[in-house]
Design a protein around this ligand. Structure first.
Ligand SMILES: Nc1ncnc2c1ncn2[C@@H]1O[C@H](COP(=O)(O)OP(=O)(O)OP(=O)(O)O)[C@@H](O)[C@H]1O
Ligand SMILES: [Mg+2]
Length: 305
C-alpha cells in the first residue's frame, strides 16, 4: 500500500497595509511552530520586496523563488534554505527582480502547487502589502488566514478592504462559469452601484431574486468558510486592542464574514533595535511579552475551528 502524502497546513499573514508587522509576526509564528517540533517552512511570497531572509539574518540567500520560476530547480523543496532554528526552513522571494511582483497566472499556479507539495507540516506564507489578486489568491489558499492590523485608522481601513477584496475574489472564482452572476458581482464591487448592493447580504438577496435560492445558498456556504483571524499588532495601551474588534464588526456587518479576533501583539522596542542592527529576530529575549503574544496566537490558531 502506498502511503498518501500529507498536505501541509498553510497559514497566510496578510493585512493590506505595508509596515504593519506581517513579516515579523509570520516569522515568529514559524519560529513557534518549529519549536513545537513541527517541520515548518516560511515562504516570502512578496516577490517584489522580499525581506524575510533579512529578518532571519541571512544576507545573501543562495536560492530564491526566482530560481524555481526560471526552472533551475524543479521542486520548491530544493530551494528551501536552512535557518538557525531547528526544523525551520525558508523560501525567499525573488529579490530585486521587480518584474516578478506580478507573476503571470501560470507562474502563480506553479508556486501554489509547489507549496502544496512541500515536505513540511506547516507552511507560513508571508504576504506583501496591498490587495492584488496574487496576494489575495495566496491568502485564500491558506487554511489559517491571518489579517494583521495596527491601531492606525488607515490600517483598520486597509485590513477591512483586504478582507473585502478576498471575499469578492472568492465570489468571482466561484461564479466564473456563470456570466450573469459574474456581472452582478462586478456591479456589486462598486459601492455606489445602482442596484443598491452595498453588503454581501444585499448581493446574495439580488442573486436569490434573479437566480434562485440554490445559487445564493451555495455562495453563502462557501463564503462562510472564510474565517479570518485578526491580529492587532503594535498595541501600546488597552484601547489599541479595539482595532481588531472594529475590523471584526465591520466585516461581519458588510461582508457577513465571521472572523476570529483573538490576537494582540504588544509594541516592543527591542524589535526595532534588532532590525536596525540586523540581528536575527529569533534571538529575541525569550522572556519578552511580544514573544508570549505570538505564542498565544499560535496556540489558539491551532485549535480546530
Ligand atoms: N510589535 C512590534 N513592536 C515593535 N516594532 C514593530 C512591531 N511590529 C512591527 N514593528 C516594526 O514595523 C516594521 C515593519 O514590520 P514588517 O516588516 O513585519 O511589516 P510588513 O507588514 O511585513 O511590511 P511590508 O508590507 O512592507 O512587507 C518593522 O521593521 C519593525 O520596526
Ligand atoms: Mg513584509
Amino acid at each position: 500500500m502506498t502511503e498518501e502524502k500529507k498536505i501541509p497546513v498553510i497559514w497566510a499573514v496578510g493585512g493590506g497595509k505595508g509596515g504593519v508587522g506581517k513579516s515579523i509576526i509570520g516569522t515568529f509564528i514559524a519560529f513557534w511552530l518549529s519549536r513545537m517540533g513541527k517541520k515548518t517552512v516560511l515562504v516570502d511570497t512578496d516577490l517584489g520586496g522580499a525581506n524575510v531572509h533579512t529578518l532571519m539574518g541571512i544576507k545573501n540567500p543562495p536560492r530564491s523563488l526566482n530560481d524555481f520560476l526560471a526552472k533551475k530547480y524543479s521542486s520548491l523543496n530544493d530551494i528551501c534554505i536552512d535557518s538557525e532554528v531547528n526544523g525551520l526552513r525558508l523560501i525567499t522571494g525573488a529579490g530585486e527582480i521587480l518584474s516578478l511582483a506580478n507573476p503571470k497566472f501560470a507562474q502563480k499556479i506553479k508556486i501554489m502547487k509547489g507549496i502544496l507539495k512541500l515536505d513540511a507540516d506547516q507552511v507560513i506564507l508571508d504576504l506583501g502589502a496591498g490587495s492584488s489578486y496574487n496576494t489575495l489568491d495566496f491568502f485564500l489558499m491558506a487554511e489559517k488566514k491571518l489579517v494583521v492590523v495596527t491601531p492606525q485608522p488607515t490600517s483598520i481601513q486597509n485590513a477591512y478592504s483586504f478582507i473585502r477584496g478576498a471575499v469578492y475574489r472568492r465570489l468571482s472564482q466561484l461564479t466564473s462559469r456563470d456570466p450573469s452572476i459574474s456581472a452582478l458581482i462586478q456591479t456589486a464591487m462598486n459601492p455606489k452601484n445602482e442596484l443598491q448592493m452595498r453588503t454581501i447580504k444585499e448581493l446574495c438577496q439580488v442573486i436569490e431574486d434573479l437566480e434562485g435560492a440554490e445559487a445564493s445558498k451555495e455562495i453563502k456556504k462557501d463564503l462562510g468558510k472564510i474565517r479570518p483571524i485578526i491580529v492587532t499588532n503594535m498595541v501600546r495601551e488597552p484601547s489599541d486592542k479595539n482595532a481588531g474588534k472594529i475590523v471584526q464588526l465591520v466585516a461581519e456587518k458588510y461582508l457577513t464574514i465571521r472572523s476570529e479576533n483573538f490576537g494582540t501583539v504588544v509594541y516592543d522596542r527591542q524589535i526595532e533595535q534588532m532590525i536596525s542592527e540586523m540581528t536575527p529576530l529569533v534571538r529575541i529575549s525569550q522572556s519578552s511579552e511580544f514573544f508570549g503574544c505570538v505564542y498565544d496566537i499560535v496556540i489558539k490558531a491551532l485549535e480546530p475551528n
